[in-house]
Design a protein around this ligand. Structure first.
Ligand code: CDT
Length: 322
């Protein structure tokens, strides 16, 4: 019997700084309703889906940013999302800013069963940007100031989803998608569906705002498609898109199969649901042949991957005259 799962990337258009969670949650519930009409079993919302992409706003006092964080899920404001999931029997992935009871702050994602139970939690490991105000940049990217590095590793959970039976589920958050190590850790746990939310600015502020727009999108897609192919997994990659208070995010949400092919792609910069029917048995081809890790990996040659962070200067060839 084939294992099939109908999934959706629920791309969100911009959320302005002044807009509250009632606005974003209302829009997400409408996307859940659309998902229900299309027979979707899993909906994937973006990174930091409940608010504007607030790491662009500097606060000298870190605690002044606390209103962007959730200290409980569900809360009064997010309850409608959980209610919609229960009503329609849809599981969902939600990216949000987490503030723990101990006051720690993480960029987090959860996968929620239709019953409302949290099946899997992940905290973003690769935090981009900088920790202090950077006067050279036109737009700040303060994830290193506002969040701690995730402390949960890259977990994969096998859980029953929709009509597919048990599915191996994993998550990455935005910048993580650019790091093959992160994908491989998921691949080594036989992940079958990677859920991934992102907020990616159209302009590269690290390079004074310049990098061709089409290359920004190419790098996102290239990373996700390669991650899927090399680890024989599907991915549902969902963007926040459009112009938030004058700052553009590029969108282009995609669903990718284990061959690295794009199965569906968003075409707007607004709220948009893209869907795909996943045949989970497609994951077997890669992992039983060219990416059969047990047969082909050579860990004895990979020591640098975990022993070293920055790149070293290589040994220099010296002609011997022979
Ligand atoms: N949210 C996030 O991780 N965005 C980054 C932008 C990098 S530019 C500082 C990304 O990798 O898409």
């Amino acid at each position: 019997m084939t294992r099939r799962l109908t999934v959706a990337a629920a791309q969100l258009g911009p959320i302005q700084k002044a807009e509250g969670r009632d606005v974003s949650v209302g829009r997400m519930v409408r996307l859940m309703e659309a998902a229900h009409r299309r027979g979707v079993e899993v909906v994937v919302f973006p990174e930091l889906a409940l608010t504007t992409f607030f790491p662009r706003w500097y606060e000298a006092d870190r605690a002044a940013a606390d209103h962007w964080f959730e200290s409980a899920l569900p809360s009064n404001e997010t309850a409608p999302l959980f209610e919609a999931a229960r009503k329609y029997g849809i599981a969902f992935h939600l990216g949000y800013a987490e503030r723990t009871p101990e006051g720690r702050r993480f960029n987090t994602a959860v996968f929620v069963h239709p019953s409302g139970e949290i099946v899997l939690k992940y905290r973003k490991v690769h935090l981009p940007g900088h920790a202090e105000y950077d006067p050279v940049r036109k737009v700040q990217h303060l994830e290193k100031r506002l969040f701690e590095v995730g402390d949960l590793g890259f977990p994969v959970m096998r859980a029953p989803v929709g009509g597919a039976g048990p599915v191996n589920l994993g998550m990455l958050i935005c910048n993580d998608r650019r790091w093959p190590e992160a994908w491989r850790v998921l691949g080594l746990q036989s992940v079958e569906v990677v859920m991934l939310g992102y907020n990616t600015p159209s302009l590269n502020q690290d390079n004074r705002g310049f990098e061709a727009h089409h290359l920004r999108v190419l790098h996102s897609h290239l990373s996700i498609q390669a991650g899927c192919y090399q680890n024989a997994t599907f991915a549902v990659a969902t963007a926040k898109a459009g112009v938030e208070d004058g700052h553009e995010l590029f969108g282009h949400s995609i669903i990718v199969n284990p061959q690295g092919e794009i199965m569906a792609q968003a075409t707007s910069w607004g709220d948009e649901l893209i869907t795909a029917d996943l045949d989970l048995d497609m994951c077997r081809l890669g992992r039983e042949t060219i990416f059969n890790f047990a047969v082909h990996r050579r860990v004895e040659a990979y020591g640098r991957i975990t022993a070293q962070t920055g790149a070293e200067v290589p040994a220099e060839w010296q002609p011997t005259g022979d």
